[in-house]
Ligand binder design. Structure first.
Ligand code: BEZ
Length: 249
């Protein structure tokens, strides 16, 4: 078995080789697995359920979520620098996720023994314990279910996918980032704020909206109804563009 640092360095070399168009040499990967084509999940699809090992023991997604929202996010590999900072950030943001009734769950296609070693590095370098489960998807079961392996990017490893799943187990957001770009988890929280607000009220959130900013009234709401629904009033810039203070502020 490679030491963790050799392993991390080899992973980074493989990614860089992929990006440079030369063949990677992943000594750990062993025989190539066959990647079954799986259709991409779209907004409004049911999030596939699964049972998989994690740093918190086996996780059955639907049972683990119960009545919560979930943010399921994948990253290419353990012992890689960008992922280390992302996992530290998600751990630091736990109070923000809790406030919104959201559970975070990470995934990479590495085994539990690596995750456990890496969790110690995360605590040491990011100053925070890994306080949410990290799926050890060594058999790539979840990665395939969620179409997290993009062969044009890397044949056997997950890209940086994010899925926001609501309590009815419906996929509400998907996004995919390149391996070399760390994600912005403030944006993930911002989308959750928008979804939770617009699920309850007849509004949508405009460009760069943040919690507390003005919102726009859905075009399906007629002015007569808007007068009742939005007692704080609204500015009508166009019949289809009516701006009102965030109602439940
Ligand atoms: C990283 O996670 O640190 C990483 C992965 C692939 C390419 C570059 C960085």
């Amino acid at each position: 078995m490679l030491s963790q640092h050799e392993y991390g360095a080899e992973k980074s070399r493989n990614f860089e080789a992929m990006r440079a168009g030369t063949a990677p040499t992943d000594r750990r990967a062993g025989p190539q697995i066959e990647i079954r084509p799986s259709p991409s999940l779209r907004l409004g699809d049911k999030a596939p359920d699964f049972i998989q090992d994690s740093t918190r023991g086996p996780i059955h997604l639907y049972e683990w979520m119960a009545e919560s929202w979930a943010v399921l996010f994948s990253h290419p590999s353990d012992f890689t620098p960008v992922c280390t900072t992302e996992l530290g950030m998600v751990a630091r943001l736990k109070p923000e996720f809790d406030k919104r009734n959201v559970k975070a769950i990470g995934l990479s296609v590495d085994p539990l023994s690596y995750h456990d070693m890496w969790a110690r590095d995360i605590a040491e370098t990011q100053g925070v314990e890994l306080n949410f489960p990290l799926l050890a998807d060594a058999d790539r079961k979840v990665a395939l279910l969620y179409d997290m392996i993009h062969p044009n990017s890397h044949a056997t490893e997950t890209v940086r996918s994010v899925f926001i799943i609501d309590p009815t187990k419906t996929v509400r957001l998907t996004h995919t980032y390149p391996a070399s770009t760390g994600r912005n988890f403030d944006e993930v929280l911002r989308v959750i704020d928008s979804l939770q607000l617009t699920d309850d009220l007849q509004v949508a959130t405009p460009v760069n909206w943040k919690l507390g900013d003005d919102v726009v009234i859905l075009t399906s709401v007629r002015n007569q109804e808007a007068d009742k629904l939005f007692p704080q009033g609204y500015r009508e810039l166009k019949p289809y563009l009516r701006i009102t203070p965030q109602p439940n502020k």
